[in-house]
Write a protein that binds this ligand. Structure first.
Ligand code: URA
Ligand code: SF4
Length: 246
């Protein structure tokens, strides 16, 4: 028998009950694209049911695939550290990915991350939309180009437009920044602003170019600002008229 061609949509696997746990259960059985065969399990989003901020990455990595939890590997640990430094409890946020299965290729004994293609992103997107619709965040933070282009369009350039708060139908605002793994991959080079940022961050010096300053809206979302302390140039961002102070 020939294998059925996976050209489906995650929406074909939607549960009747529109709750996060029901969606999580349903996603575990998703076969809307071919990636379900390659990954160990579906890695659904995780976090607070009513998080004010949702972080969206690209897809689970090796450790996420094995544990079934998003952002628990090296990039996730860096994200957690950045959040902690910004005074944000990760448990109060919701963390997920555009694609819910790990796409990889063997290289020796290792599984090397491979970028998801447009078909896989389109097939998986309904899970992300359902998560966003149920959590109802005030801000969605896209981590890296895959998430940014999936939610803000293929012309979006993280390098140019990161930090811009963009109004959206998915949430009041979407903002994008670099993916934490790009900081981990950055060469150990004096001229690398990413590496400098990491060094600054590690030495607890606030820096305009540091990861946390680029991406982390302030804890209280009645006013969300990105601060740039080393240049003493706080950049005010739009106020949320309907936001509640937590
Ligand atoms: N990178 C991602 O984009 N998502 C994860 O969950 C882990 C690493
Ligand atoms: Fe379904 Fe997404 Fe996994 Fe493809 S990657 S099988 S669409 S959960």
């Amino acid at each position: 028998m020939t294998k059925p061609k996976a050209e489906g949509s995650a929406a074909d696997f939607f549960p009747e009950r529109k709750t996060l746990p029901a969606f999580r259960n349903a996603a575990a059985d998703c076969k809307a694209c071919d990636l379900w065969e390659r990954g160990t399990q579906t890695v659904f989003g995780e976090g607070a049911r009513r998080a004010e901020v949702v972080f969206v990455g690209e897809q689970p990595g090796n450790e996420e695939d094995l544990t079934g939890k998003p952002f628990v590997g090296p990039a996730g640990r860096l994200l957690g550290e950045a959040l902690a430094e910004a005074g944000i409890d990760r448990a109060q946020t919701y963390v997920t990915n555009v694609v819910k299965h790990f796409k990889w290729e063997p290289r020796g004994k290792r599984r090397i991350h491979k970028k998801p293609n447009a078909r896989e992103i389109t097939a998986c997107r309904p899970w992300l939309e359902a998560e966003i619709a149920l959590v109802k965040p005030k801000v969605i933070v896209c981590l890296g180009a895959t998430a940014a282009q999936a939610l803000l369009g293929p012309k979006f350039r993280v390098s140019k437009q990161r930090g811009e708060f963009i109004e959206s139908t998915l949430a009041p605002y979407i903002v994008a920044t670099v993916h934490p793994s790009s900081i981990l991959r950055a060469p150990d080079d004096e001229n690398s602003s990413h590496r400098k940022a990491t060094v600054h961050r590690r030495s607890e010096t606030d820096c305009a170019h540091s990861f946390k300053d680029q991406i982390i809206p302030q804890k209280r979302f009645n006013t969300v600002r990105l601060t740039c302390i080393c240049e003493s140039l706080p950049r005010p961002l739009p106020e949320f008229a309907d936001a509640q102070v937590v």
